[in-house]
Design a protein. Structure first.
Length: 181
């Protein structure tokens, strides 16, 4: 490999890693939560966000439920799904009560600032360009108490691996409560 090709490869790997880190930092900026190890995550949460509950119906697979307030945002619910001690998907339901769009524009601005990623608009859904295996999107949604904003960050490969883990577990444990769905 010549020096120019090696430099291009190194820059590509570095920029790809920084793109992933930037997208992963999106919810860190809003909530203090990332796709990372579950252990000790409570100490990294933004002030005002608290653990509301957790569930683990299948060994090593479950979710953490959070709520509270972070800056301008009322955080109705955060579901942080984990498998094997790492978060693989975070769904945050947010609201800015005094804004007609419930904080959608503000949340998009904050996510763009945190990630530096290009955005694409598809109807009401905004997706962020996270080229290294992360999906980040934001869109309006209906919630129990009215219109809200949904921010979703996921590692699709880890999500698929978790689904496979659950399917394997359930094939061996058909009577398990969580497997009856």
């Amino acid at each position: 490999m010549n020096m120019r090709a090696g430099l291009f490869l190194a820059l590509t790997v570095l920029s790809a890693g920084s793109a992933r880190a930037a997208c992963d930092d999106a919810l860190k900026a809003l909530l203090g939560l990332r796709l990372e190890a579950v252990a000790g995550y409570e100490s990294r949460l933004a002030a005002g966000i608290t653990r509301e509950g957790s569930a683990e119906f299948i060994p090593s697979v479950g979710f953490e439920s959070l709520q509270g307030r972070s800056g301008e945002f009322v955080v109705d619910r955060v579901m942080a799904f984990q498998d094997g001690g790492r978060f693989f998907s975070i769904r945050a339901i947010l609201d800015v009560p005094d804004q007609s769009d419930h904080g959608l524009k503000l949340a998009v601005q904050k996510l763009v600032a945190a990630t530096g990623a290009a955005v694409h608009q598809d109807g009401k859904r905004t997706t962020f360009e996270c080229p290294i295996g992360l999906d980040l999107s934001i869109e309006p949604m209906a919630w129990d108490t009215g219109a809200r904003v949904l921010v979703h960050l996921a590692d699709p490969a880890a999500q698929a691996a978790s689904r496979q883990h659950v399917a394997s577990f359930c094939s061996a444990h058909e009577g398990q409560y969580a497997c009856k769905r």
